[in-house]
Design a protein around this ligand. Structure first.
Ligand code: COA
Length: 253
């Protein structure tokens, strides 16, 4: 698996913003272990790099990400290893020390949706769809979405999204507080980068203090990520999950 599935653009060309892009459109930007690893390395080095003042995360036209690569789920269900890449990524994402801005145009499935619970400002086009079919796959919420979901949007909307697997339009996601603004699909990248650049230009110390204060109300995210991961791994090995994966694999036959 090569590195071109995550593209990174240095802060020198984006006025202090590190831009990370999912770039595996032929697989709907499904995220492999290698891609998680690369994202983790980028986020951790962004924390250490003083020239990076904000991070922007983008997908490709029509798709942000279809979530975790199903092949990795199936490999684990068949007795392989899941590795530490996903959990390493979630740890880096949830403890990120610099502002995170994301831009969605199109599909945002699974972690393609839950990632935004950890972002500070998210822009999405009207054709975007936010959906977490965890339970339909016989899986459970991840990325602390079982905790941050109800905190962000209240019980009923969180249940609809993270348990019932209802898809949310961009407007519904905005009304639920998952994202900041709906912008035209031609404007997603521009709005995302303009927002990140504006944050990067602010006094960094004051912005960090403000961000830390605002995020302090979050209870123990790391503990919830671990608890969800235990259930998630157990469910991946379940008979009901195997049936769901087989249905996915057989859908085009
Ligand atoms: N993991 C691995 N591959 C994936 C994928 C995923 N999560 N999502 C899509 N792909 C692949 C498909 O297998 C297909 O590959 P192929 O052309 O080699 O067969 C390619 O991406 C295009 O997907 P396709 O299903 O043909 O596109 P679509 O527009 O009909 O449907 C989705 C798009 C995203 C709705 C559908 O692919 C889907 O439901 N994917 C699974 C999403 C999911 O459940 N993610 C995990 C959440 S926990």
């Amino acid at each position: 698996m090569s590195d071109e599935h995550i593209l990174s653009e240095r802060p020198e060309i984006h006025d202090g913003v590190l831009v990370l892009r999912f770039n595996r459109p032929e697989k709907k930007n499904a995220i492999t272990r290698t891609m998680y690893q690369r994202l983790t390395e980028e986020l951790l080095s962004a924390n250490r790099d003083e020239s990076i003042r904000a991070v922007a995360i983008l997908g490709t036209p029509g798709v942000f990400s279809a979530g975790n690569d199903m092949a990795d789920f199936i490999a684990f269900a068949m007795g392989g290893s899941l590795g530490t890449e996903v959990l390493d990524f979630l740890a880096a994402l949830s403890t990120m020390e610099k502002p995170l801005v994301s831009g969605v145009d199109g599909l945002a499935i699974g972690i393609g949706t839950t990632i935004h619970l950890h972002c500070d400002m998210t822009f999405a086009s009207p054709r975007s769809l936010f959906k977490t079919p965890f339970v339909d796959l016989a899986l459970v919420p991840e990325a602390a979405s079982s905790l941050l979901g109800p905190l962000t949007m209240g019980h009923q909307r969180a249940f609809a999204m993270f348990a019932a697997g209802e898809g949310f339009t961009a407007e519904e996601a905005r009304d639920a507080g998952l994202i900041w603004k709906v912008v035209a699909e031609t404007e997603v990248e521009h709005a995302t980068l303009a927002c990140a650049t504006a944050l990067a230009a602010k006094p960094p110390q004051a912005l960090k203090i403000a961000r830390d204060l605002i995020r302090q109300g979050r209870p123990d995210v790391a503990a919830r990520i671990s608890e969800e991961a235990r259930w998630f791994s157990a469910q991946l090995k379940s008979e009901e999950a195997m049936q769901a994966f087989q249905t996915f694999m057989a859908r085009k036959r």
